[in-house]
Design a protein around this ligand. Structure first.
Ligand code: BF8
Ligand code: SF4
Length: 634
């Protein structure tokens, strides 16, 4: 047995949360821990996916006594329709985030709020898309690329441009299965149409569309979100930061940024560093301004600026419960409406900024590209002025914090791993050193950890527990979203500490490359980076993606976006392990399609594995990696 003493344990994190809940009790705060109790037990029909309310003849619930809805739809049709609608909720959200990024790109200018920070990347993608670059001003090119990218949402003919990125074999599988993604909005609209009353009730067709819609997210909307965020805000490079609730500062103005779109957080970070704002903070008696993040926004600014990560999804109330949060500024997605009433129990300002995410009990400051600078400055100022309203009797910032090295874009991973082996390096690096490590058995394989927290799973325990298990077995981990923050909070991204918990091979790789064994690849939209990495590995190795000893895992997932992700990760050929059931267990046919040997596995060479017993889920991941090695004869 290894000694994990130097990492922060789940028990220690829970103790800290409990002390914050005590703080909340003093002011009558309502928290998710209480609301989970109020909501338990959950509706069995909803959980099995067997309730249909697609038309007003229902709701129809399937039981042994009533095996069909009023229209005659059977349980398989109902479960599959629900699954498809769940998927495209996520496809729409991710892709709309990508669309906002493209609109921001369209308005970049040398003296405006947003500039081009990675022109090489812009030119590279322009060449890939067949857009003429010669002799063009970089901003003209950016605007043209924004228009081409925005057309990907509604292009009447053809398929997604980025869907040409994976190996030919993957593209052939997609074509044969009829799931190569067309216009992104079309895949969402088709799904809504298919699931309208009186359209599709054939489970197989509905699951096929789920994969197609997912692919339009992962190889469409999300990929544009990632690539063009890099173009505007910089492609991430390794940077040191800190994680967990102790990153909040007692004597400083604490601004928490929460959500997903970096257009807002980049601006807030910029103005929080403005000497004029810092001087203002000092005039109110604070030592300065401290910006920290929650959820994927946190990942974005941690990766690009080393901004500390205060916590993940189920920590969002904790930051307010410290009594030391002057403002929690949010944009879109994964924001608890609870933050409104909760912030009223403290001095905290809850500031919403997007017309997409309007909430009661918040101050709405609409953010747009033209006024971004001015609005961000006003928000920072509001937070500073609010410092004087703190109730010092309620301030409780637990001293829990770990170091983390983050910022592993595909470009950065290739670069750092080049130091491990002496392979030929082309202009943008290759994945060959990584392949050599896996081929020789120094590393057994790789695992991509993604996704959320979910009160159905003990918070962070599945992420951290599974990661530890894989690290011991020489499996290198790439990570994104709230899974990344779980790892960072525990200390698994501290290059000094975390390597001690790896098997001998992985430890050696970490030492040679000076990396942590858990590589932070970004937000959930950035799972597209993982797709590019997998695709590059397959090409450099000369095998199919499904042959790589690589698995995906979302052990604590909760959102529709996570299901959209699951669909595209599997459809890309990566076996995906879930710790929470996607409301599909009510149908044997849908379960067979998603998890059986001859469902989607026959189309895309991968499937889902669902197991709520986390230890057994980990065993299955290791078995899958070893089986892929054996099949390759390595
Ligand atoms: O997109 S991992 S809880 S924050 S959905 Fe949300 Fe889940 Fe976190 Fe980011 Ni992703
Ligand atoms: Fe019931 Fe059919 Fe209407 Fe669904 S579509 S609510 S199963 S009648």
């Amino acid at each position: 047995m290894k000694d994990w003493a130097t990492l922060t344990t789940v028990e220690e994190m829970e103790a800290v949360t409990n002390s914050l809940l005590e703080n909340g009790k003093k002011v009558g705060a309502d928290t998710w821990q209480q609301r989970v109790k109020n909501q338990t037990p959950h509706c069995g029909f909803g959980e099995a996916g067997t309730c249909c309310r697609i038309c007003s003849m229902g709701p129809c619930r399937i039981t042994p006594k009533s095996p069909r809805g009023i229209c005659g739809c059977d349980v398989h049709g109902i479960v599959a329709r629900n699954y498809l609608r769940f998927t495209v909720g996520g496809t729409a959200a991710h892709s709309d985030h990508g669309r906002e990024i493209m609109h921001t790109l369209h308005q970049t200018s040398p003296d405006g709020n947003y500039q081009i920070k990675d022109p090489e990347k812009l030119i590279r993608i322009a060449k890939e898309w067949g857009v003429e670059t010669e002799g063009k001003d970089i901003y003209d090119l950016a605007h043209e690329m924004a228009e081409v990218g925005l057309m990907e949402y509604g292009i009447p003919f053809g398929t997604q441009k980025f869907a040409k990125r994976p190996p030919q074999h993957t593209q052939d599988l997609w074509d044969a299965a009829g799931i190569t993604p067309r216009a992104i909005d079309r895949e969402v609209a088709t799904a809504m149409h298919m699931t309208h009353m009186g359209c599709s009730s054939l489970a197989e067709a509905l699951i096929r569309q789920s994969l197609r819609a997912g692919l339009s997210d992962g190889w469409g909307g999300s990929m544009m979100g990632t690539e063009f965020s890099d173009v505007m805000f910089g492609t991430p490079k390794p940077v040191d930061t800190t994680a967990n609730i102790g990153v909040m500062e007692k004597d400083m103005v604490n601004i928490i940024i929460h959500g997903h779109d970096p257009s807002l957080s980049e601006m807030v970070v910029h103005y929080a560093q403005d000497p004029e704002m810092i001087a203002l903070a000092k005039s109110f008696g604070a030592k300065g301004i401290n910006v920290a993040g929650v959820c994927c926004t946190s990942n974005e600014v941690a990766m690009r600026h080393g901004i500390p990560m205060a916590g993940n999804f189920l920590n969002q109330e904790n930051v307010v419960l410290t009594g030391a949060c002057e403002a929690i500024v949010v944009d879109i997605q994964c924001i608890f409406p609870a933050l409104g009433p909760l912030s009223k129990c403290f001095h905290t300002k809850f500031i919403t900024t997007s017309p997409i995410a309007r909430m009661p009990d918040s101050e709405f400051i609409q953010f747009d590209v033209e006024s971004a600078g001015e609005k961000a400055k006003a928000i920072v100022k509001m937070a500073i002025e609010n410092y004087q309203n703190r109730n010092w009797d309620l301030v409780n910032i637990p001293a829990q914090k770990q170091n983390a090295r983050v910022g592993y874009s595909v470009e950065a991973i290739k670069k750092v791993l080049d130091t491990v082996a002496n392979s030929q390096v082309d202009e943008f690096g290759t994945t060959k050193p990584l392949i050599e490590c896996i081929h020789s058995g120094v590393l057994r394989g790789a695992a991509a950890f993604v996704g959320c927290n979910n009160p159905k799973v003990r918070q962070d325990a599945a992420h951290i527990g599974l990661m530890k298990k894989l690290l011991e077995n020489d499996v290198i981990i790439i990570v994104s979203g709230c899974s990344a923050q779980a790892a960072a909070k525990a200390g698994l991204m501290d290059p000094e500490k975390a390597k001690e918990y790896c098997g001998a091979g992985l430890k050696r790789v970490c030492e040679l490359a000076n990396i942590p064994p858990v590589l932070h690849m970004g937000s959930c939209v950035d799972i597209s980076r993982m797709m590019v990495l997998a695709s590059d590995i397959a090409k450099d190795w000369g095998i199919n993606i499904s042959q790589i000893p690589l698995v995906g895992c979302a052990p604590e997932w909760m959102s529709e976006k996570a299901v959209s992700i699951g669909n595209y990760v599997v459809a890309t050929g990566i076996e995906t392990f879930l710790g929470v059931d996607p409301y599909s267990k009510g149908s044997s046919e849908v379960t067979e399609l998603l998890q059986g040997e001859h469902g989607i596995n026959d189309w895309v060479e991968a499937k889902f594995v669902v197991d709520t017993d986390i230890d057994s889920l980990g065993d299955k991941m290791l078995e899958c990696i070893e089986a892929k090695r054996a099949a390759l004869g390595i």
